[in-house]
Design a protein around this ligand. Structure first.
Ligand SMILES: *Cc1c(COP(=O)(O)O)cnc(C)c1O
Length: 434
């Protein structure tokens, strides 16, 4: 049979660098040729050969209702009928901003942008402009998009490719970015403009915050007058109705960054926070920020319908399924012989081939260096389960994943783990000999 994925891969690599428009989609860290998605529905994606996979990528968390949810596709087509972009304000932007303000404690105002990267860029500029300071503190293995200043020791695709940052990022651009280990509260000084953190790290695998970590960051920021930014591009509207501050109730950051879920699968991001800070943005304040497609009417329509479809029972349902999945995967993968930790935070989970819990990026890298993930990934893919093609990505069950899908995933994982174990452990023997 002709492999249409392979044929498309050959065409893609001719005209698109690496054949992909975002490096996480590449199979560079697991080997092989990516499946090209022809269409998707609910929990499933279908490749060019017509083969279906239970999809746990779900656009890296952008799709929480599952693919092509009818509520979303209807909102998108109705919005498109009325025009796709105007360059003038719309009711949809106001409705989405109001919904975010209603949901998230500590948010008075929202500025919509077109991606998570733009949200974090804007948050940094705002923090620097508001404090008159330059220094930014980030955590090793946290990913905040691909802007120069935040590409120091980032997670996700940067981590999978083993780059410390990126070529093309000047020393000057990262000179004011300080990178410190996750889960340890750094001592700040009064040159610090802001601390940016993933409140639950989800780009070095899933690494939950230690008790007191986020509280400690809040205290330390308050002590020196620095701004605390929660990058909730993954956690926002995924871990709870109002995001992480619904769960960690004694910490409120000054600024929030949103993306992924908030766009319902369309390009959108948001920076949000306290009124006095947000009003420093142009045109009211002196901190410039802009975007031709910002608050795009199709994206706001999709985002709004997604937020309106997420209530308390949705989160309880996601949580229950991910708990079953996490426990099931941990059992069948360890039964096969691996040391494995399935780390979970509410609906988010990830696999570490490790004999102890992973609490920071150094430990995550050590577990990835064991090299088991690519074997398990391919054994799952062969059986029709699509995990992300990189060991630092999390698993994203959606509301479209039925109990049957989840149970089938665990059953398939059992056979996949056995196959992965036999190939990984036999590969391991020669290299572990002196
Ligand atoms: C995905 C992600 C970003 C970047 O968002 P894009 O829409 O890809 O630009 C930023 N921060 C976190 C935590 C992310 O997971």
């Amino acid at each position: 049979m002709d492999d249409l994925n392979m044929a498309m891969w050959e065409r893609a690599t001719t005209v698109i660098p690496g054949g992909v428009n975002s490096p996480v989609r590449s199979f560079a860290s697991v080997g092989g040729v990516p499946y090209f998605v022809q269409r998707a529905k609910g929990a499933y994606v279908y490749d060019l050969n017509g083969r279906g996979y239970i999809d746990y990528v779900q656009s890296y968390g952008a799709s929480i209702l599952g693919h092509a949810d009818p509520r979303v596709t209807r909102a998108v087509s109705q919005a498109a009928e009325k025009g796709t972009t105007y360059g003038a304000p719309t009711e949809g932007e106001v409705l989405l901003a109001e919904e975010v303000v209603r949901r998230v404690r500590g948010v008075d105002m929202v500025r919509l942008v077109s991606s998570g990267t733009e949200a974090t860029m804007t948050a940094l500029r705002l923090a620097r402009g508001a404090t008159g300071r330059d220094k930014v503190v980030k955590f090793d293995g946290c990913y905040h998009g691909h802007s120069d200043q935040l590409l120091a020791a980032a997670g996700s695709g940067v981590a999978a490719l083993g780059l410390a940052g990126s070529a093309g990022v000047s020393q000057g651009a990262v000179a004011d970015t300080l990178v410190v280990p996750y889960n340890e509260v750094p001592v700040l000084d009064d040159e610090t403009a802001c601390v940016i953190v993933e409140p639950v790290a989800a780009n070095m695998g899933l690494v939950p915050p230690r008790d007191g970590f986020l509280e400690g960051l809040r205290r330390e920021c308050d002590r020196v007058g620095a701004i605390l930014i929660f990058d909730e591009v993954i956690t926002g509207f995924r871990v709870a109705k109002g995001g992480i501050t619904d769960v960690i109730i004694d910490v409120t950051p000054d600024l929030f960054c949103f993306g992924k879920v908030i766009g319902g699968g369309l390009p959108i991001g948001a920076v949000a926070g306290r009124r006095d800070l947000m009003e420093e943005l142009s045109p009211l304040g002196s901190i410039y920020q802009a975007g031709t497609l910002s608050g795009n009417p199709i994206a706001t329509a999709a985002g709004l319908v997604v937020l309106n479809s997420l209530d308390e029972p949705s989160y309880a349902m996601l949580d229950g399924r991910s708990k079953f999945l996490a426990e099931g995967l941990e059992k069948v993968i360890s039964d096969a012989g691996f040391s494995v930790q399935v780390q979970r935070y509410g609906p988010l989970l990830s696999l570490f081939f490790s004999d102890h819990a992973v609490t920071n990026y150094a430990e995550a890298k050590k577990s990835v260096a064991g090299g088991a993930y690519p074997y398990f990934f391919h054994a799952m893919l062969q059986r029709g389960v699509a995990l992300a093609p990189g060991p630092y990505e999390v698993i994203f069950p959606s509301l479209a994943h039925s109990w049957d899908d989840i149970e089938l995933t665990v059953d398939l994982a059992s056979a996949a783990a056995a196959q992965a174990w036999s190939s990984w452990s036999s590969k391991l023997v020669p290299t572990s000999k002196p």
